[in-house]
Design a protein around this ligand. Structure first.
Ligand code: GDP
Ligand code: IMO
Ligand code: MG
Length: 428
């Protein structure tokens, strides 16, 4: 058996979808274990562009079976739409055959979306800039034991009782903010209708994945969503999502022993981006940042918001690869750096007379740090047709080798365009 974990090593949108699609060609099971449809992964195959939010990016590979583990939150309205969207593009999605959903996964319900919106409004200038998908409120209900789960859909009587009980409090909250409230009976009817097609898919995904991990021939790929710097414990709290996004969330979220993972691969952009609010030390609030956003088409897959752009940050990257135990990195969007006269890389931060070479997660002044950079020469040549490391311009090779010399990981994959084929493999 081989088991690989792929995680985002920055603030999300690193190009995980593309890398997972690539690795899924050699996987039998693809397992997502955290987050919900706050994620947005674009995978480009020839003239087709797929936007995945909840369904694992392995769905595009025939023969691979995809699982949403118990750590995922599922919005059934969204899932129905995502399945339909994929089918319209000719992708086979058959619940119970190539898509399975954990009975432990919590449901995102319409009142969670409303709650997300209201809470963001209440935060005012301190807003997080959430995706508005109800993610935080759904996980909040999971922790406070007011959540409803996929398995509940298999017992309509129980589901109806739980929904009525939970919605007493939910409606009180909503009405307090001028909302008319929601009817549990209507919600139950809608849930059961949508769940009809999904019934064969609802099962103990953890058991299936654990059996696969015991089977010598199985190849399992764990798909991380978001990025480590958005992790609820390890990221830039409170400007984070509500889950443990990488190794920390894997055990509970997929119901597997974390030590089954042999290969941990982080995905990182050749520069850095962030959507939503929160500290971002290497952010470029100038024409260079604007250039990266335009050339890199840095607009969110989920919300369409412009992404904030900045230079590659070795302080943050050393932290994320270390905390996740990564051995490898896939570096994406190297093509976007073509045409930059010089490239800056953050090597350390300074704040109030102190130097930080390790990422000071949790430091209240993270938004005030002075960033110290090393400058590297850029290159002019476009890279999108290059498939071999040796064919890259020497300055691009130097950039990769420089990052490798500063990080305890191998840069084993280099992406030079959005298409599935635009990849440089660097075998060990
Ligand atoms: P994810 O959430 O980590 O899967 O990343 P997103 O899909 O949200 O954002 C990455 C964007 O960059 C997508 O539009 C990809 O199609 C695109 N992309 C991925 N790799 C590359 C690359 O090497 N070069 C370019 N130009 N685009 C890329
Ligand atoms: P992928 O998987 C980038 C960000 C939001 C916001 C914060 C909290 O595509 O990399 P939430 O809706 O989760 O409560 O929002 O987290 N965020 C992401 N940013 N990529 C993502 O996923 C994200 N998922 C959440 O923008 O700042
Ligand atoms: Mg994304």
């Amino acid at each position: 058996m081989t088991a690989t974990l792929v995680f985002g090593a920055q603030w999300g949108d690193e190009g995980k979808g593309k890398i997972i699609d690539l690795l899924a060609a050699e996987a039998d099971l693809i397992v997502r274990f955290s987050g919900g449809n706050n994620a947005g992964h674009t995978v480009v195959v020839g003239d087709k562009k797929y936007a995945l939010h909840l369904i694992p990016s392995g769905i595009l590979r025939e023969g691979a079976v995809n699982y949403l583990g118990g750590g995922v939150v599922i919005d059934l309205w969204h899932l129905r739409q995502e399945i339909q969207g994929l089918r319209d593009l000719g992708v086979t999605v058959t619940p119970g055959e190539n898509l399975f959903l954990s009975q432990c996964a919590h449901l995102i319900l319409p009142y969670h979306r409303e709650e997300d919106r209201i809470r963001e409004e209440l935060r005012g200038s301190g807003k997080i800039g959430t995706t508005g998908r109800g993610i935080g409120p759904a996980y909040q209900d999971r922790a406070s034991r007011s959540g409803l789960r996929m398995g509940d859909l298999l017992d309509p009587v129980y589901l109806g009782e739980r929904l009525s009980a939970v919605m007493l409090e939910k409606n009180r909250f909503l009405r307090g903010f001028g909302h008319a409230g929601m009817d549990p009976a209507d919600l139950l009817a809608e849930l059961l209708e949508i769940a009809e097609e999904l019934r064969p898919a609802i099962c103990d995904t953890g058991g299936i994945v654990r059996r696969a991990l015991k089977d010598e021939k199985s190849r399992v790929l764990f798909e991380g969503a978001q990025g480590l710097l958005l992790d609820v414990d390890l990221g830039t709290y409170p400007y984070v999502t509500s889950t443990s996004v990488a190794t920390g969330g894997l055990g509970g979220g997929a119901a597997v022993p974390p030590q089954s993972i042999q290969r941990v691969l982080g995905v990182a952009k050749s520069y850095t981006t962030r959507v939503g609010e929160g500290p971002f030390p290497t952010e470029l609030d100038d024409q260079v940042g604007e250039h990266l956003r335009e050339k890199g088409r840095e607009f969110g897959t989920t919300t369409g918001r412009p992404r904030r752009c900045g230079w590659f940050d070795l302080v943050a990257m050393s932290y994320t690869v270390e905390v996740c135990g990564a051995q490898e990195l896939a570096l994406t969007k190297l093509d976007v750096l073509s045409g930059s006269k010089s490239i800056q890389v953050a090597t350390h931060y300074e704040l109030d007379g102190r130097t930080y070479e390790e990422f000071p997660a949790g430091l209240p002044g993270l938004d005030r740090v002075q960033v110290r950079y090393e400058e590297l020469p850029g290159w002019e040549e476009e890279l999108s047709d290059i498939r071999k490391f040796e064919d890259l311009p020497s300055k691009a090779q130097d950039y990769i080798q420089y990052l490798e010399s500063k990080l305890p990981v191998r840069l084993s994959l280099i992406a030079v365009g959005p298409d599935r084929d635009q990849i440089i493999r660097r075998p060990s």
